[in-house]
Design a protein around this ligand. Structure first.
Ligand code: ZN
Length: 167
């Protein structure tokens, strides 16, 4: 499989998050030698009542549990959105060899945006980074999700306004 094929599977994870009313981000850990998908996950912050349960954290923990090891030397991570500062740092601590991401995230990203964490002198392991894999699909999913959220909020506000008029 090529990076696009893996990213398609990460996007499937993001779609699962979307259906569960979670911010649609999906991630995989892949062994580049065997080609095996070691773990797959999506963001579960809402249902897990855990603001740090990003797709990357979930997938790295799952992979470690499965492999019964605390780091992910030589393994690669696929994630549909550019990792945030926390996830970029976590991937460094986990010793992930390479990160493939989909859409860049100008607001919250930390790999090619914002703090560009891997360029910091305090970062001691720098995964190779390749962005823009199926970025349009990943961005489209996020746009649809937040568009839907805004619609729901507007509808709620209208209902509240109507109630206030009636009172
Ligand atoms: Zn994150």
């Amino acid at each position: 499989m090529n990076p696009q094929d893996y990213m398609k599977i990460a996007l499937k994870e993001a779609e699962k998050a979307f259906k569960a009313d979670e911010v649609p981000v999906g991630a995989l850990i892949v062994d580049p030698i065997s080609g095996e998908i070691v773990a797959r996950a999506h963001n579960v912050s809402e249902h897990g009542k855990d603001a740090v349960a990003h797709a990357e954290i979930e997938v790295m923990r799952k992979a470690c549990r499965r492999l019964k090891q605390k780091r992910l030397w030589g393994l690669e991570m696929y994630v549909t959105l550019e990792p945030c500062t926390m996830c970029a740092a976590a991937a460094s601590l986990m010793r992930v060899a390479k990160i493939y991401f989909g859409a860049a995230d100008a607001k919250g990203g930390a790999v090619v945006s914002g703090v560009c964490f891997y360029g910091a002198p305090t970062c001691h392991h720098r995964p190779i980074v390749e962005g823009g894999i199926l970025q349009d699909e990943a961005a489209q999913l996020l746009k649809a999700f937040f568009g839907q959220k805004r619609q729901k909020l507007l509808a709620k506000k209208k209902t509240l306004d109507r109630k206030n008029i009636l009172v």
